[in-house]
Design a protein around this ligand. Structure first.
Ligand SMILES: [Zn+2]
Length: 513
C-alpha cells in the first residue's frame, strides 16, 4: 500500500514543503529511504522502527520504501521522523490516509515514541499557512511558537501513541485542542518591560546623547574611552530605546531563532529587539553562520537589533572583515557545496574600544602611547568598519561608582524612546516608497535631496569641510547625522546647532581614520 504525508524541511531561514511518500509492498523485507536525506534523516529509520515497536506496532516483514520529495533538495534535521512514522502507519492501513489530508506533521521520535522538540517549527507553520493547509501537528514543546501564526490550527502532541488515538478519533478530544496565541497582545505586554534602563546610568551625557541619535537614525555607533567608563552599561541599554518590535519584525527575527533551535517552551517567540554581545575570541564561523550544518551566525541573531562588539580592537581581523558585507547588504550569504544560504543581518553595530593600547588617551597624565601606536591599535577597525560608522563619542573617564551613584534620577528609557519614535515616524514618511527606512541608509543622492541646510549652516559646513580636511564620505556622514539630529528636534531644515553637534560626533579621521 502507498501513502503520502506532508511535512517540511529547513532551507536558510525558510522551510520548504516535503511530501513523504511511503510504499509497503511484498518483496524482500527491508527499509529504504531515498530523496536526498541528510545524515540525521537517514537515522530516522531506526528511531521510527524502535518507537513503533515500543507502542506495540511491529513493522511488517515487507519491503518499505520512503521517498522524500522534491528529491533534488537535501533534507536536514530530525523533524521528518514523525511524518515517516505516520506514513508507514497509513501505508499499513493502521490509520486512514483520509485523516491525514491537509495536515503538516513535524517531530523527532524518541525510542519510547515520545515527541522531542525540533528546530524550525515557526517557518514551517508559516509555510503551511501559505500552502493553504489548515492544521499542523508538532511536538507539544514546540506548539507555542507555531501558535502565533493566524489561520492554522497548531496541535501539540506528547507521544506517537497519543497521535494515533487522535487520528483514529479515539481518546479525549479536549486533549487535542489547537493552541492560538495573539502575537499582538504578547508584543504589547512586552513593550513596557525592560531589563536595563537608562535611568540607572548617571552622568556620561555625551555617550547617552550619541546612543539616542544613533538609535533614532539607525546609525552605527562607536564609543571610545578608558576602561570602566560605562560603555558596556550604555550599550546594553540601547535596545530599551529602540522602538518595540512590530509583528512582522517579530516573526522575522523569531524565524531565525527557530531555525537555530533557540526557541523554547519558555521563550517560544522573540518579542524584544535582539542584543548580541559576542566575545572577542569568537570564531569567524560563529559570527557569520554556516558550518557543516549551516545555521545563522551571531550577526543574523542580531537582526533588527544591536550587535555589540566590546573591546572591538581585540577581535580578529578576519572576524571584523566579515561584518563588511552584511553592513552593506543587510544580509549574509553562506555557500556550501549543496547550496547557498542567505541569512538576514540588518543590525545596528555598536562598538566599544579603548582609544589606545593603555586605554587612557588623550589623558596625557596617564597615557604615553605614541600617535603611531594609537593608529596601529585602531588599524584593525579602520578599513572595513570605520567607513560605515556615523557616530563616534569619546567617553569621559568616570568611576563605576559615579555612574551608579546618587543624585537626581536620570531620564528613563521610555522618555528617550518617545523622542526616537517621533524621529522614526518622520523618516518613515520621508522614505515612503523608497528602498530605505532610516537616515543612516541614505546614498549620496538622497543626502543631497533630504539634507537641506539653512544658508548660515551651508557656510559653516563649507568652512568645516576645509578646516577639518574631511573626506567626501566624512562629509556625507556628518550630513546624515545632522539630518537625524534635526529630526529629533522636529525641524525640516538643518541649522547650525544640528550641524555643530553632528561635526562633534564624527570619527576623528586624523587620529583613528
Ligand atoms: Zn595610551
Amino acid at each position: 500500500m502507498y501513502s503520502v504525508v506532508l511535512s517540511s524541511a529547513p532551507y536558510g531561514i525558510e522551510s520548504f514543503l516535503v511530501r513523504v511518500e511511503v510504499d509497503v509492498s511484498s518483496g524482500l523485507p527491508g527499509f529504504d529511504m531515498v530523496g536526498m536525506p541528510g545524515g540525521e534523516v537517514k537515522e530516522a529509520k531506526e528511531r521510527v522502527r524502535v518507537a513503533l515497536k515500543n507502542i506495540g506496532i511491529a513493522l511488517p516483514p515487507q519491503k518499505i520504501t520512503v521517498n522524500l520529495s522534491p528529491a533534488n533538495l537535501r533534507k536536514k534535521g530530525t523533524a521528518l521522523d514523525l511524518p515517516i512514522a505516520v506514513g508507514i502507519l497509513a501505508a499499513m492501513e493502521e490509520i486512514e490516509e483520509e485523516k491525514l489530508r491537509g495536515i503538516l506533521f513535524l517531530g523527532e521520535l524518541g525510542l519510547n515514541a515520545n515527541l522531542e522538540s525540533v528546530n524550525g517549527v515557526l517557518p514551517s507553520v508559516i509555510l503551511a499557512k501559505d500552502k493553504g493547509l489548515k492544521k499542523c501537528i508538532v511536538p507539544a514543546c514546540n506548539a507555542k511558537e507555531g501558535a502565533v501564526v493566524d489561520g492554522v490550527d497548531v496541535i501539540g502532541i506528547e507521544n506517537l501513541k497519543e497521535l494515533i488515538d487522535y487520528l483514529k478519533g479515539e481518546g479525549n478530544p479536549g486533549d487535542f485542542k489547537a493552541l492560538h496565541i495573539s502575537l499582538k497582545k504578547l508584543l504589547k505586554e512586552e513593550s513596557v518591560k525592560s531589563e536595563y534602563d537608562f535611568a540607572d546610568v548617571k552622568g556620561q551625557e555625551g555617550l547617552k546623547r550619541g546612543a539616542e541619535i544613533a538609535a533614532a537614525g539607525f546609525h552605527h555607533f562607536m564609543m571610545i574611552g578608558p576602561p570602566g567608563a560605562g560603555k558596556t552599561m550604555i550599550a546594553k541599554r540601547i535596545p530599551s530605546i529602540l522602538p518595540p518590535l512590530g509583528e512582522r519584525e517579530s516573526l522575522e527575527v523569531s524565524k531565525i531563532y527557530s531555525i537555530s533551535g533557540l526557541l523554547s517552551d519558555e521563550r517560544p517567540i522573540i518579542l524584544k529587539r535582539p542584543f548580541c554581545n559576542p566575545h572577542h575570541t569568537i570564531t569567524e564561523q560563529a559570527l557569520s553562520g554556516g558550518g557543516n550544518h549551516p545555521k545563522p551566525g551571531v550577526i543574523s541573531l542580531s537582526h533588527r537589533g544591536v550587535l555589540f562588539l566590546d573591546e572591538a580592537a581585540h577581535f580578529s581581523k578576519a572576524a571584523i572583515e566579515i561584518l563588511r558585507q552584511p553592513m552593506e547588504d543587510k544580509k549574509i550569504e553562506v555557500s556550501r557545496t549543496y547550496g547557498t544560504f542567505i541569512y538576514p543581518a540588518d543590525f545596528m553595530l555598536v562598538l566599544a574600544t579603548n582609544p589606545c593600547p593603555c586605554g587612557y588617551y588623550p589623558d596625557r597624565n596617564k597615557c604615553r602611547c605614541s600617535p603611531a601606536e594609537i593608529k596601529r591599535y585602531m588599524s584593525k577597525l579602520s578599513g572595513p568598519i570605520m567607513d560605515r560608522i556615523d557616530i563616534s563619542v569619546t567617553a569621559q573617564s568616570m568611576k563605576l561608582k559615579e555612574l551608579e551613584g546618587g543624585g537626581p534620577p536620570s531620564e528613563d528609557s521610555a522618555s528617550i524612546r518617545r523622542r526616537i519614535s517621533l524621529a522614526r515616524e518622520i523618516q518613515k514618511k520621508r522614505f515612503r516608497g523608497k528602498e530605505i527606512d532610516f537616515n543612516a541608509q541614505m546614498n549620496a543622492k538622497e543626502v543631497e535631496e533630504y539634507c537641506i541646510l539653512e544658508p548660515a549652516a551651508k557656510t559653516y559646513m563649507q568652512r568645516a569641510y576645509e578646516a577639518l580636511g574631511l573626506s567626501a564620505r566624512g562629509y556625507h556622514k556628518i550630513l546624515k547625522v545632522a539630518r537625524t539630529i534635526a529630526d529629533l528636534d522636529g525641524k525640516e531644515i538643518i541649522d547650525n546647532r544640528h550641524l555643530a553637534e553632528a561635526i562633534g560626533l564624527r570619527i576623528r579621521e586624523d587620529i583613528y581614520g
